[in-house]
Design a protein around this ligand. Structure first.
Ligand code: SAH
Ligand code: SF4
Ligand code: F3S
Length: 489
């Protein structure tokens, strides 16, 4: 359990470690209850909202108690070995529910389902249905198959599926922030990473459906959307038959694209920002090889696009980056950091780091530490390298750094990051931050919490003149290692 994360972001479990349990209610009823639990990244969380929408349309109701469920879904992550172990452990706990209710359907969704396919049915006898991330529309049929006494598997990956027309059911929502998927899959083939195998080819979602979803969210009272993709900078719609679905100009008009030739990520960001100045726009994840100055200028131009970029470096050493197949080197990464600092000086920057990648030397590890000194990240998610079956690294390189060394290097980066996380927060003491109130603070109902534009968590006393979903200006008078504390001015 050495995956450490600094910063109290809740949702990105690919970089964190908590499961999210989802609950909601809906109209027409078939008498069956769905329990769904999500592991992994924000995209999995967002997919669970699509799954819930598909089943609620069939008359299911959701429950937060797996003991009363008729269908249990676990939406899984394969990113590191311990993510998979956590899921297997949790599956064992569902055995009790199955003993009590033999008609119970247990389904494994998401990345582990895609990676292990029907092997899952052999390995985990409890499991009735295995469904990959592109096959969720088939869930009602698959459940029917299980009801008729068979086990069911659908792990087909798609080049087109974006679930663009499905309106996600917002689960466990505070009614203020929402995730919106803008693309699926990944074509990058970083050598350590399982995602291209579990999520398939990269494809972008129709921008009009994205703008519509964000507009609907705003009209329902939401005030912040986070646009999600494994590599948002390679978002692309139209201009090529591969990504655009329209056959003819007439059809394009009918779809509402008018004469827009091609929409890139900067264009999309702007389209979403223009919905309303009170709708904050965030996005994740940016890829160092693809993030353009155009995106940076778009962030600068619109006050409601937050000054915060998650730009995973993975390693500060060019040889290691080459082996990781990240397709940038140390100088390129520094050039992108310099561009951010030049164009948006007030921008917060966070990162992901992997320690102990195949053949990494001590000097190369020092390059990661010196990169952290150069950038002074606001926060970071840090991991020991975990070999994933089937990846390029697993095929080509020996996982030859002893665990104890990986762990020591992880400790080094964590210690360094703690220092910068704290100093970056300390630097904001005395400033006034615009905060979107998200709700009561975790520790006390006398305090509200919310995030600043640059994604720092801010805590301040509850007051009569403001409530969750509103913006307030908070004068920061002190900070802990992870939180700013202040008063509304
Ligand atoms: N698309 C994002 C990453 C998604 S996975 C990007 O390119 O930045 C989230 C993070 O998990 C990665 O940035 C990486 O730091 C970490 N990660 C991925 N595979 C890993 C592995 N095999 N071992 C350890 N960490 C890994
Ligand atoms: Fe994995 Fe690389 Fe794609 Fe990120 S960009 S999901 S690390 S292959
Ligand atoms: Fe995990 Fe799949 Fe996300 S492997 S990090 S849930 S894309």
């Amino acid at each position: 359990m050495m995956d450490l994360a600094i910063a109290d972001k809740v949702h990105d479990e690919s970089r964190q470690g908590e499961a999210l349990v989802l609950e909601t209610k809906k109209a027409k009823n078939n008498g069956r209850k769905l329990y769904i639990e999500s592991y992994g990244c924000a995209m999995n969380f967002s997919d669970s909202e699509i799954v819930a929408s598909i089943l609620l349309d069939q008359g299911y109701e959701t429950t937060s108690d797996f003991n009363v469920a008729d269908v249990i879904f676990i939406n899984t992550c394969s990113i590191r070995e311990n993510a998979e172990q956590r899921v297997r452990h949790r599956l064992r706990e569902f055995t009790i529910a199955k003993v009590k209710n033999p008609g119970l359907v247990v389904g494994v969704l998401g990345c582990m389902a895609e990676r292990l396919k029907s092997k899952f049915l052999e390995e985990e006898k409890l499991v009735d249905v295995v469904v990959g991330p592109d096959a969720y529309r088939d869930l009602p049929n698959l459940i029917d198959q299980v009801d008729s006494g068979q086990k069911a598997v659908n792990v087909l990956l798609s080049r087109e599926e974006t679930y663009a027309d499905i309106s996600p059911v917002r689960l466990n929502s505070n009614g203020i922030n929402a995730f919106v998927s803008i693309m699926r899959g990944c074509d990058n083939m970083c050598s350590f990473c399982v995602v291209p195998f579990t999520r398939g080819r990269e494809r972008s979602r129709d921008p009009q459906s994205i703008v519509k979803e964000c507009t609907d969210l705003f009209n329902q009272g939401y005030r912040e959307v986070t646009l999600l993709g494994q590599n948002v900078d390679s978002y692309k719609w139209g201009g090529s038959p591969k990504v655009g679905k329209s056959e003819s100009p007439e059809e394009e008009k009918a779809e509402g694209l008018g004469d827009i030739q091609q929409v890139n990520f900067a264009n999309l960001l702007e389209m979403v920002a223009l919905i309303n100045p009170d709708l904050r726009v965030r996005f994740s994840t940016s890829h160092p090889k693809d993030i353009t100055d155009e995106v940076l200028y778009t962030i600068k131009k619109h006050d409601n696009i937050c000054n915060y970029i998650h730009l995973p470096v993975q390693s500060g050493n060019s040889r290691v980056l080459e082996m990781m197949n990240r397709t940038y080197d140390r100088d390129w990464y520094i050039n992108r950091i310099d561009a951010i600092r030049r164009i948006i000086p007030e921008c917060a920057i966070s990162t992901d780091v992997i320690t102990g990648f195949c053949s990494e030397t001590d000097e190369e590890h020092q390059d990661t530490l010196s990169m952290m000194d150069y950038v002074q990240y606001d926060f970071a998610y840090m991991f020991m390298y975990s070999e994933r079956p089937g990846t390029l690294a697993a095929k080509r390189y020996a996982d030859d750094i002893p665990d104890a060394v990986k762990r020591q290097r992880l400790k080094d980066v964590v210690a360094k990051q703690q220092q910068y996380s704290f100093s970056r927060l300390q630097a904001q003491v005395g400033s006034v931050q615009k905060v979107l109130i998200e709700g009561f603070s975790k520790k006390s109902d006398n305090d509200y919490c919310g995030r600043s534009d640059n994604n720092a968590m801010v805590v301040f006393p509850v007051g009569e003149n403001y409530k969750p979903g509103q913006y307030v200006n908070v004068l920061i008078d002190r900070s802990t290692t992870a939180t700013l504390i202040g008063k509304v001015v």
